[in-house]
Design a binder for this molecule. Structure first.
Ligand code: ZN
Ligand code: ZN
Ligand code: FE
Length: 760
C-alpha cells in the first residue's frame, strides 16, 4: 500500500498512476481519499514504479509525503481507478490552473469539437479551488456536478490514452456550461454571445464578464474616454487598472518583459505582473495615469482567450482589454450572476454570464518580479489555497490577519493554509465575505480551530471579531512581530533572528503607532531593538491620505518651525497649499491631540514623495511611495547622511537626510537622483542598525517584511547592502510582505506559544 500526500488531487495524478501501472504490467487500484492518493499495487517492477512515480509525476502535482507499507497479496486481476473514501488528515486542494497550450490550440481549431468552446479544460488545466465544494476532488464535489457528460466526453474520460482520462472538469459544447450575454433586455447564448460581446467591446461598452473566481469589468484598452468613465463609476480616480493582452508578443509591445517576468506571465498561475511600460507603444493614458508601471496578464481561461480570438483572420480582436475586478472600490468582487447584475448594473452596459457556479471568490493575484522569482502584492487565484509547510505538527487554529488587505490563516497538522485575498475589513460586505469564507474553509479542510489569533490593535474589526469568538483560546500578536514571523514561517526559521519590518502603521506594545522596526525576533517573542524616529502625523488619518502634511512635519522636525517655513516656501509648499494651511500644520505638530506620533516607515517614503512634488494626495494606499520608487534612478549609488542614537531601543534619525534632500531640491538636482539616494540611505541605515543588533548576539540571519518592502528598489538595495556586510537575508516569497501576509505570521507565533506552554 502506498500513500501519497501533497497536492495530488485535481492534477491528473490518478490517470498518470493508471498509465504507469499499465506500462509496467502491474495490477491493483488507485483511489482519492481525504488522506491523499492511496495505491494498492502488485507486480514485479515495484521499485521502478515508485521511482517513476516521483520522477514523472504531472507538472501540477506536488508530492510532500510518500509512505509505503507491505500488505498481503490481494491477487488483483487488473489495475483500476476506484471511488473515494474519507478520513481526517489534511488534504490540500489544488489552486485554479490557467488554460494549457493544448486546450488553447483546440479552441482555435475549426476542426476540433471544442472549437470556440469557452469551458474547455483537461487534466492539466482549468478551475479547481474556485469550483470545489468538498474533497476529494471528484466531479460530484464540484460545481461541474450539474453537467452530465455526453458520449464523447465520457469516452475521453474512460480512455487511458486520452489527455482527459479522469478529467473531473471535462465538458464540451454539447454537455458543458454555456455563456449568455445579457444586453438591454435581450439574450444571446453560445457563439453568438461571444460574437456580440466582442462587437460591444469594439464599440466601447463596459461588459461585466464572469470568469474563474469572480467578475471582471472589461473595456477596450484603447478608448481613453470609456476608461475615464469606468474610473468615475468605480470611484477609483487613479489606481491602475489591470490589462489583459492576447499573447506575450503583443504584451511585449506595450511593456518591457524580462525572462523571469515572461516565466511568471505564462505560468500555470498566470497572475497579474507589474511591468514597466514601454515608451514606444502606449495604451490609453487613463489606465495607469502618472505611473511608470502597468499591471499585465495573459488570458487564463478559454473564455478570455476567445474575447481576443478572431475566427475570420489571425489578427487579435484587441491589442489589450482593461480587466478590473467587478466591484466598487473596497467592496469584494462579485461572483454570482444575480449578485453581479444587481451590484454592477450602474457600472456595466452588458453582462457576459455563464452557468458554472463559482463556489468561492478568488481575485487575480498580483506579483512583481524579484531575484529571478517574484514577490506578492496580492496572493489569490493560482496560489491559494496551496499550503505552507511549517515543518512540525501543531494545534489547529485561525489567525485573522489585519484590517487592510485581509487574509486569514488556518493551521492543521504541519500546514498553514493562507486564505485568498479578502480585502478591506472596514467594508461591511468584506466582513461578511470573511465570515463565510471562514466557515467554508473550515469545512473544506476539516479544521476545528482551538484558538483564535489577532492583532493587538483594539480598533481592528478583525480583532473585535476574534474577541467575540466564544469557546476559543485567544492570543494577540504584535503587528510587526507578525510581519517578521511571516518570513520565519515561510523559511522554517525557529531560532532568534533580526526582523526588519517596515510598513505603514501598526499598534505597538506601548500603545504608540510603530512602523519602522528592527526587532530581535523568536517564534514566541521579540525585543524592540531599534526603530525609526517618531514623527508627528498632523491630522492623524488625514496625514495618511495627504502625504504633503507628513512632508511639512518632516521639514519642521529637521529644521524647527521658523526655518521650516522658509524652506517650505522655497519648495513651493506655500504656493501649493497656502500660508494658512501650512502654519496650521506646524501648530498641529506640537499638539499630541491633533498629531499622533509614529515611527512608521511608509509615511517617511510618502512625505519624501510629496517633498519631491511627486504626489501630495493618496487616492489609494501606497500611491505616493510607489511614485517615489518609480522615479528612482537605477545607477545612482549616492547616499545622504543620517544618524543612529544608540540608547535602548536605538533610534534611526533621518533629520539630516531631510535637510540634504531639501538642499538638493533647491539646487535643482533631479528627482530621479534624489529618489534613488533616499532609498540607498534607508538601506544603509537599516544595515547599520542590523549590524548593531547582531553585535554580541551572534545573529547573522535577517528577515525583511512589511508593506514598504513591496518596493523592489528598496528590497534589492537592502538585500545587497546587508549581504555585503555578511548577513544572510530572507524576504517574503510565498505570501505578501504587506498585511496580506500578516495572518501567516500570527499563526506561526501562536502555534509556537501554544506548543511552548504545553497546550498542544
Ligand atoms: Zn488543458
Ligand atoms: Zn461533452
Ligand atoms: Fe503591516
Amino acid at each position: 500500500m502506498i500513500t501519497i500526500r501533497g497536492t495530488v488531487q485535481g492534477v491528473g495524478f490518478r490517470p498518470f498512476v493508471y498509465n504507469l501501472a499499465a506500462q509496467l504490467d502491474l495490477t491493483g487500484k488507485v483511489s482519492n481519499t481525504a488522506d491523499g492518493v492511496l495505491l494498492d499495487v502488485e507486480g514485479c517492477e515495484l521499485d521502478f514504479f515508485i521511482e517513476q512515480l516521483c520522477q514523472k509525476a504531472p507538472s501540477l502535482a506536488k508530492i510532500t509525503h510518500i509512505e509505503i507499507k507491505k500488505l498481503p497479496l490481494q491477487g488483483h486481476k487488473a489495475f483500476e481507478i476506484v471511488g473515494s473514501s474519507d478520513s481526517g488528515i489534511f488534504t490540500p486542494v489544488c489552486a485554479d490552473v490557467a488554460v494549457c497550450r493544448t486546450c488553447l490550440s483546440e479552441i482555435m481549431d475549426r476542426q476540433n469539437p471544442r472549437y470556440m468552446y469557452p469551458f474547455t479544460t483537461c487534466t492539466h488545466c482549468g478551475p479547481r479551488y474556485s469550483i470545489t465544494r468538498s474533497v476529494p476532488f471528484d466531479r460530484v464535489n464540484t460545481s461541474m456536478r450539474n453537467f452530465v457528460m455526453c458520449k464523447m466526453c465520457k469516452n475521453e474520460y474512460h480512455e487511458p490514452a486520452d489527455r482527459r482520462f479522469h478529467s473531473q472538469t471535462n465538458a464540451c459544447t454539447v454537455c458543458g456550461p454555456q455563456v449568455t450575454l445579457v444586453y438591454k433586455g435581450s439574450h444571446w447564448t453560445g457563439l453568438q454571445a461571444l460574437q456580440k460581446t466582442v462587437e460591444l467591446l469594439r464599440h466601447g461598452a463596459i461588459v461585466a464578464v464572469k470568469g474563474i473566481g469572480g467578475f471582471h469589468l472589461v473595456c477596450n484598452a484603447s478608448l481613453d474616454r470609456k476608461i475615464q468613465l469606468l474610473r468615475h463609476k468605480k470611484h477609483r480616480p487613479r489606481k491602475s487598472f489591470a490589462v489583459m493582452f492576447p499573447n506575450i508578443n503583443i504584451l511585449k509591445k506595450y511593456a518591457s518583459v524580462s525572462q523571469a517576468e515572461e516565466n511568471i506571465l505564462t505560468s500555470n498561475q498566470s497572475p497579474i505582473v507589474l511591468l514597466r511600460k514601454s515608451t514606444k507603444h502606449t495604451l490609453a493614458e487613463s489606465i495607469s495615469p502618472n505611473n511608470a508601471f502597468l499591471g499585465c496578464m495573459l488570458p487564463y481561461s478559454p473564455l478570455h482567450a476567445l474575447l481576443f480570438f478572431n475566427p475570420k483572420n489571425s489578427e487579435a480582436n484587441f491589442d489589450a482589454l482593461v480587466m478590473t475586478s467587478g466591484n466598487l472600490s473596497d467592496e469584494p468582487i462579485a461572483k454570482d450572476n444575480v449578485e453581479a447584475v444587481e451590484k454592477l448594473a450602474q457600472l456595466a452596459d452588458a453582462f457576459l454570464l455563464h452557468n458554472r457556479e463559482i463556489v468561492r471568490t478568488v481575485d487575480d493575484s498580483v506579483v512583481r518580479a524579484f531575484h529571478g522569482s517574484h514577490i506578492f502584492l496580492r496572493r489569490s487565484r493560482g496560489f491559494a489555497p496551496e499550503p505552507i509547510d511549517l515543518q512540525d505538527r501543531g494545534p489547529q487554529l485561525i489567525a485573522v490577519g489585519g484590517d487592510l488587505k485581509n487574509t486569514f490563516t488556518l493551521t492543521k497538522d504541519s500546514y498553514a493554509i493562507v486564505s485568498q485575498h479578502i480585502g478591506n475589513m472596514e467594508d461591511f460586505d468584506t466582513q461578511c465575505l470573511f465570515e463565510s469564507l471562514y466557515r467554508d474553509m473550515k469545512t473544506l479542510f476539516k479544521i476545528e480551530p482551538k484558538a483564535v489569533v489577532y492583532d493587538m490593535h483594539p480598533g481592528y474589526f478583525s480583532s473585535r471579531w476574534a474577541m467575540a469568538q466564544n469557546g476559543l483560546k485567544k492570543l494577540s500578536v504584535q503587528h510587526h512581530h507578525a510581519h517578521a514571523a511571516s518570513v520565519m514561517a515561510e523559511k522554517g526559521i525557529i531560532h532568534p533572528c533580526i526582523g526588519v519590518t517596515l510598513d505603514g502603521l501598526g499598534y505597538g506594545t506601548d500603545g504608540t503607532l510603530w512602523g519602522g522596526e528592527i526587532l530581535i525576533a523568536t517564534p514566541c517573542d521579540f525585543e524592540r531593538f531599534c526603530h525609526f524616529e517618531y514623527t508627528p502625523l498632523p491630522g492623524g488619518e488625514m496625514a495618511i491620505k495627504q502625504p504633503w502634511r507628513v512632508a511639512a512635519a518632516l521639514v519642521m522636525q529637521a529644521y524647527g518651525q521658523e526655518e521650516a517655513m522658509r524652506c517650505l516656501n522655497r519648495l513651493g509648499f506655500i504656493e501649493r497649499f497656502g500660508f494658512q494651511k501650512i502654519s496650521n500644520i506646524m501648530a498641529m505638530c506640537h499638539d499630541p491631540v491633533f498629531s499622533n506620533l509614529s515611527s512608521g516607515a511608509g509615511r517617511l517614503f510618502e512625505g519624501v514623495s510629496s517633498l519631491l512634488g511627486l504626489c501630495d494626495f493618496n487616492t489609494f494606499e501606497g500611491e505616493a511611495a510607489f511614485a517615489l520608487e518609480s522615479r528612482a534612478a537605477e545607477q545612482e549609488d549616492g547616499l545622504y547622511p543620517f544618524s543612529i542614537k544608540t540608547r535602548q531601543p536605538c533610534v534611526i534619525e533621518f533629520r539630516q537626510t531631510i535637510r540634504a534632500i531639501v538642499s538638493e531640491l533647491l539646487n535643482r538636482i533631479s528627482q530621479e537622483q534624489i529618489a534613488a539616494k533616499f532609498h540607498n540611505t534607508v538601506a544603509r541605515a537599516i544595515t547599520d542598525a542590523v549590524s548593531l543588533a547582531s553585535k554580541g548576539r551572534q545573529l547573522n540571519e535577517v528577515v525583511l517584511s512589511g508593506g514598504v518592502f513591496q518596493n523592489v528598489y528598496l528590497l534589492r538595495k537592502t538585500v545587497s547592502t546587508l549581504r555585503e556586510n555578511g548577513f544572510t537575508v530572507y524576504w517574503n516569497e510565498k505570501v505578501p510582505a504587506n498585511d496580506g501576509g500578516l495572518s501567516l505570521g500570527q499563526a506561526f507565533i501562536a502555534r509556537a506559544r501554544l506548543i511552548q506552554e504545553g497546550l498542544f
